[in-house]
Design a protein around this ligand. Structure first.
Ligand code: NAD
Length: 252
């Protein structure tokens, strides 16, 4: 068991990669605080973990709300007495709009969740990590945070920001025993597509034009296994990096 008795908070863990990560972490011995927008969603993940004999608790938390993040980090302390691992996974897509078509409200919503949500949770976890002199943050970025052609302007800019924040956090806290790394997934089969049902088809076609080579889509478990590596002692000497997980899509 690679995470025996570690306490992990995972945002957006009712679905996709967050859910797969919560289940894998629990299988590896972690006590998991599963958070998402609804109790029904988070509770369903907890029920799966419990059925496997794991330990988890559900917390409703919108990462766009400071009070919810406060409640989430407190829940880890109240339920399990500490916090070791924070996975900033919650994220939303945009509608593939290029900058000339971006609507302010969509831009703001994407940044509130994808960037400010990561900052908020990291900020509120930090006092616990500093007191322990240990802690690990894993931010779910995207290949859209490394390249300019896989989504719209808002999502692409938000994921570039997540990678910048990851590196800055790693640098600022490395000497305090706190690590921060990111994963940049390629296309993974999750529910995130539901949020761009009103996609600007022209923009999407343009965005995907560079995607002629894509060996395969990922499954949420492909990303969960990378998160496990970053959460475990196996990656003790790894800090401030972005691990691309895309089966080679962006390797050429
Ligand atoms: P998903 O939609 O299946 O899961 C995301 C979860 O986040 C959902 O359960 C949703 O309810 C939750 N969520 C959304 N807004 C939230 C908020 N404000 N507060 C709390 N929870 C919120 O999507 P996924 O693909 O598993 O996405 C996980 C992460 O992976 C996201 O950050 C996404 O940007 C990133 N990502 C996804 C892909 C992909 O192809 N699926 C590729 C690269 C990166």
């Amino acid at each position: 068991m690679r995470l025996k008795d570690k306490v992990a908070v995972i945002t957006g863990a009712a679905s996709g990669m967050g859910k797969a990560t919560a289940i894998l972490f629990a299988r590896e011995g972690a006590k998991v605080v599963v958070s998402d927008l609804t109790l029904e969603g988070a509770g369903a993940t907890v029920a799966e973990i419990t059925a496997l004999g794991g330990t988890a608790t559900a917390v409703v938390a919108n990462v766009a709300t400071e009070a919810d993040i406060h409640k989430l980090i407190k829940a880890a302390l109240n339920s399990y007495g500490t916090l070791d691992i924070l996975v900033n996974n919650a994220g939303i897509m945009d509608d593939f709009s290029p900058v000339g078509d971006v609507k302010d409200d969509l831009w703001d919503r994407v940044f509130e969740v994808n960037v400010k949500g990561v900052m908020r949770a990291s900020r509120q976890a930090m006092p616990i990590f500093l007191e322990k002199g240990a802690g690990t943050i894993i931010n779910i970025a995207s290949i859209g945070g490394l390249y300019g052609s896989r989504a719209g302007a808002a999502y692409t800019a938000s994921k570039h920001a997540v990678i910048g924040l990851t590196k800055n956090t790693a640098f600022q806290y490395a000497e305090k025993g706190i690590k921060c790394n990111a994963i940049a997934p390629g296309g993974v089969n999750t529910n995130i597509g539901a949020s761009f049902s009103s996609a600007n088809q022209e923009g999407m076609t343009r965005a995907m034009a560079g995607a002629s080579f894509n060996p395969r889509s990922g499954e949420p478990e492909d990303i969960a296994r990378v998160a496990l590596f970053l959460a475990s002692e196996d990656s003790d000497f790894v800090n401030g990096v972005v691990i691309t997980a895309d089966a080679g899509w962006t390797a050429y």
